[in-house]
Design a protein around this ligand. Sequence first.
Ligand SMILES: *[C@@H]1O[C@H](CO)[C@@H](O)[C@H](O)[C@H]1NC(C)=O
Ligand SMILES: *[C@@H]1O[C@H](CO)[C@@H](O)[C@H](O)[C@H]1NC(C)=O
Length: 185
Amino acid sequence: MSSVMSPKCLFFYTLQLLILLQAKVFCFQHKVGDLSAWNIPTAANPDVYIKWSNKTSFRVGDSLMFLYPPSQDSVIQVTPQSYKTCNIKDPILFMNDGNSLFNITQPGDFYFTSGEAGHCQKGQKLHIFLDGKGAIAYAPSEAETAADGPSYQQNFGSIPTAAASSIRFSTVFGSLIVFAIWVLV
Ligand SMILES: *[C@@H]1O[C@H](CO)[C@@H](O)[C@H](O)[C@H]1NC(C)=O
Ligand SMILES: *[C@@H]1O[C@H](CO)[C@@H](O)[C@H](O)[C@H]1NC(C)=O
């Protein structure tokens, strides 16, 4: 009895693995609220950000894109307490360039509100949650950084997640192709 896979089977197994990897490594840029502008919700759709975060699945490596006229709005990442009470002082992260990308580098809860006075009270706030399932495994150095950080979720600067993933992916892809060819020959 042989438990070794036939070359053909191995090849298809490899292909399947590649497809899986590709699905895992693909990173999304989520346009917040599916809206062309990060703004105070309209009366017609007061729960737009709650509904949007509810129906969207986020993964580590994805990013949130907040679009708005920079003269009129801004985005701040805040603590859960500040999210609840609409406290816009001492944010964790402040972005006001009108085209703000927040890179999700770890699982957990993330809280955002507008940085403009009065906007959060009118529902311009966003809470997202990542359970860590389907997360891309990061290098230990990044994991350590996260563990050493404060207890609230924070953005650790510009970790080039998309780039790192694609490098990792092409390395894996390359080795698998070589392996598949080797098996077939
Ligand atoms: C969020 O989704 C759940 C089901 O997935 C639903 O029961 C709940 O009402 C939703 N909440 C909002 C605010 O849309
Ligand atoms: C997220 O990543 C993009 C591209 O790598 C970068 O331009 C941007 O500044 C990052 N965002 C933050 C808040 O660091």
